[in-house]
Design a protein around this ligand. Sequence first.
Ligand code: UGA
Ligand code: MN
Length: 363
Amino acid sequence: MRPRFGAPCVLSVLVVAPLYFLCFFLIKRQCGPLPLMLTRLCSVGVMLDGDKRGNSRMAHLEVFSSSADSSPLHDTKRRRKVLERPFAHIVRHASVIRESDSPSLFPSHHWVPGLRFVFVITPTYRRITQRLDLTRLFNTFALAASNVHMIVVEDSVNRTAKVERWLNDSLLLHWSHLNVSSSSGLRTRGAEQRNEAIRLIREIVLNEADAELKRAYEDSVVYFADDDNAYDIRILDELRKVRNVGTWPVGLTAGPRVAQYCDVNSTTGKIKKYNAWGGHRPYTIDTAGFGVHVRHFLRDPPVLWNPKSRKAYSESDFLGQTNVSKWDIEPLADNCTKVYTWHVKTHIGDKKRPADFDKKFDV
Ligand code: UGA
Ligand code: MN
């Protein structure tokens, strides 16, 4: 007598077994042998040993860096290309991470010698899109991982617990949280907050006790990243090229052009024309469109923002103090041909929201 479960048995041998082998083959092809996968997963975070928060923050990047050269995961040309670009600096420098107990390195105590430090200054104030804007901003600059110090300055009488929480929740490796309430009747938004950040940078650089870190800070670059703009991570590669003052295009600034940019003389390599609205201004560069060497903030008196600048003149008033003529500003982002920053504003419609919108939800 034939057993009744004969048919299901045959079916499972014919269907399930080939499927099983197919899945096994595919997984192996994509991820490499199982022991290798497990080793890789276990080794995540080992490099930054001693700093729990640093470990967890770097973990996602270390997966990329440790697997970059050896993993079969990346053996196709396309994957290698995707991997090499934005993470190139991390992969290149991952083996020379330094540890320092300098209080400026918070929350991670690690930094990478040879990779220029970038201080990113962001003024911010309470509004319904604040968390949305700051989340996107932190995500972008956290991707750069090492040697980026984000200074967030709230326009408020106190540092709020919610901004502190968002910073803590972010993957940023180095940040400072300050506040200064804007004086009334000023025309330039964010100016007093940026100046407060400049004061902190002076304190950090001039008082740094770790000699190697101090030298790195003394050659750092400063960027003013308003919280509502949009940024491509590659802006950091451009910032790291700034020798004195550097500029690049800014997408979607006011005016009919899709981007504010400059033309470069191919013989001299210098800027020969600026294409931007408000051509009467001494420097037709938006805040998002330039980076400055830290030396301009270490001198006495430092270059500062003027909170009383006339509308649209704040960048000119600021850049004028550097004593770098607009023709000596370095054209970056492939001679001002690439857009890595956009001057935009988060628009959520005109519906009125309750004044206590952040009481119940961390929106
Ligand atoms: C433009 C320029 O890009 C800014 O660099 C310049 O400071 C500003 O104009 C100005 O001259 O007032 P815009 O997009 O018009 O920027 O201004 P916002 O994005 O509203 O403000 C610039 C920064 O200041 C933002 O990071 C914002 O969060 C902050 N801000 C704004 C405050 O800290 N307090 C405020 O009351 C308003
Ligand atoms: Mn803005």
